[in-house]
Design a protein around this ligand. Structure first.
Ligand code: 5GP
Length: 164
């Protein structure tokens, strides 16, 4: 479809608080939040504050190359978090959206081998996702426009360079 789900920063702030409240009400107390960069970093930061969890880790996964265009498979980019950090830990994986679910499955299965317990939290989950996350703020079938990627990178303007 051509429909877009547009998330602005203010609504995102509310979404993260509501997601955290759901996790807290469920009694899940993660030892660490594992964010999937780059989109999951925003989600992980908000959840970690709201859940009073001071430990954030990050994994880089590359999959999407454009709107609806992907590599064949998501790949974890180096450096992969050291397994030793995760032993006996309760992990909360945080990402912006589970679309095909392949990215989350990759990270989730990586964690399963190393941690005591792992659950996933996303702002959005699409109905066809092959991973069903424990915590979802909203379900949609549309392409989502996130506030951090809606405008594209900034471009340096002429006349803004300070002399050394
Ligand atoms: P998946 O592996 O679940 O198909 O996709 C995971 C990643 O692809 C997300 O973390 C996100 O970065 C990107 N992605 C998937 N669907 C969307 C979407 O609807 N909008 C945006 N902006 N990114 C998406």
């Amino acid at each position: 479809t051509d429909a877009r789900e547009i998330l602005d920063y203010q609504t995102f702030g509310r979404a993260v608080r509501e997601l955290a409240q759901t996790i807290a009400d469920d009694g899940y107390v993660p030892d660490l939040v594992l964010s999937i960069a780059r989109g999951g970093v925003f989600v992980a930061g908000g959840l970690a504050y709201a859940l009073d969890c001071k430990n954030i880790h990050l994994v880089n996964v590359e999959f999407y190359t454009g709107v609806g265009t992907t590599l064949d498979m998501p790949v974890m980019l180096a450096p992969v978090p050291a397994a030793i950090d995760f032993t006996d830990k309760k992990v909360l994986i945080a990402d912006d959206v589970a679309d095909t679910g392949k990215t989350l499955r990759l990270v989730h299965d990586f964690c399963l081998d190393h941690v005591a317990e792992v659950r996933s939290a996303v702002v959005y989950e699409k109905p066809h996702s092959l991973v069903k996350c424990e915590y979802v703020w909203k379900r949609t079938d549309d392409w989502i426009e996130f506030p951090w990627s809606a405008e594209g990178p900034v471009v340096r303007r002429a006349g803004q360079v300070l002399d050394a």
